[in-house]
Design a protein around this ligand. Structure first.
Ligand SMILES: [Zn+2]
Length: 288
């Protein structure tokens, strides 16, 4: 595995399973929307160093490269390279997109066996195609939840707002070949777990090493974007089913504490890897 500045973090989990954190660029999201029901007086002080003149926060596009003896899984693809200038400016999107990010880190895109997507919003599924329309990962199966594909290409105006339907239609048949309907071990030690909450078919990805000192890495997708999301009640206004988000976070976070999981946050730019600790009726994210 290449070890250079393009790999933000890496870990050996045991039994030949390794993970590397890659960044497929950054974009900006409205701060108030990210904090959803939480009053500004509670969150304003947390983001003073990153909020811009339009009240937006810096969001990293974190991806995981998981290597196991059975194959390679890429978790998330970011916004990708098929955005027009207007969208790029509106989102304040800056690359590199996922393919050059992977290549710089020493991973050939055609060596990826599985692309696991937490969900199909624009900032997670945008990197499946190259600018010329070809598949960015020509030998990979795409694993997202079947229910996520159905809602992403549905017609509810509230639910479809975060999906780029013309792009998703281009990859629908590819996605249908690999979609999951519930929990599934996609490669030995790599499991997708439906969560709902943020979106109908949102899923977490859990990677388990084996042997003495084995570690587990969990990627909760946009159920847990930033450190303050450790409080289960702090959900974003992007969550389609916020009450489900709260309940699933309580369940998954308790398991993460009890089993000592390492966690990678989906959009944190500074210190996105850590563990959860219990804190009264909530949890606290402790970066490692
Ligand atoms: Zn996102």
């Amino acid at each position: 595995m290449a070890l250079n500045e393009s790999v933000a973090w890496r870990a050996e989990l045991g039994g030949g399973t390794r993970v590397a954190l890659l960044r497929a660029g950054t974009f900006r999201s409205d701060a108030g929307t990210l904090f959803g029901p939480v009053p500004r007086v509670l969150w304003g002080g947390l983001v003073t160093d990153e909020i811009d003149h339009e009240h937006r926060l810096l969001q990293a596009l974190n991806c995981l490269l998981v290597e196991t003896p059975a194959g390679r899984t890429l978790v998330e693809t970011g916004i990708g390279e098929r955005v027009d200038d207007k969208t790029r400016a509106m989102r304040v999107y800056e690359g590199p997109p996922v393919v050059p990010a992977l290549e710089t880190a020493g991973f050939a895109p055609d060596s990826i066996d599985v692309v696991a997507l937490s969900h199909l919003h624009f900032d997670h599924a945008g990197g499946l195609l190259r600018t010329d329309g070809s598949r960015a990962f020509p030998n990979a199966a795409i694993v997202a939840q079947k229910a996520e594909w159905e809602v992403a290409l549905g017609d509810n105006p509230r639910l479809v707002a975060s999906y780029v339907q013309p792009e998703l239609r281009l990859v629908h048949d590819w996605g249908a070949e690999g979609w999951a309907d519930g929990e599934r071990e996609i490669l030995p030690g790599v499991t997708v777990v439906p969560t709902g909450g943020h979106s109908t078919g949102h899923q977490a990805v859990i990677v388990r090493g084996t042997g003495d000192g084995a570690q587990t890495v969990a990627f909760f997708g946009d159920l847990f974007m930033r450190p303050w999301g450790a409080n289960p009640r702090w959900v974003t206004a992007f969550d389609d089913y916020p009450l489900d988000s709260v309940l699933r976070k309580i369940e998954l976070f308790a398991q993460a504490v009890d089993e000592g999981w390492l966690i990678v946050l989906s959009h944190e730019s500074k210190r996105p890897v850590g563990r959860l600790e219990r804190d009264r009726d909530r949890f606290r994210f402790q970066p490692v």
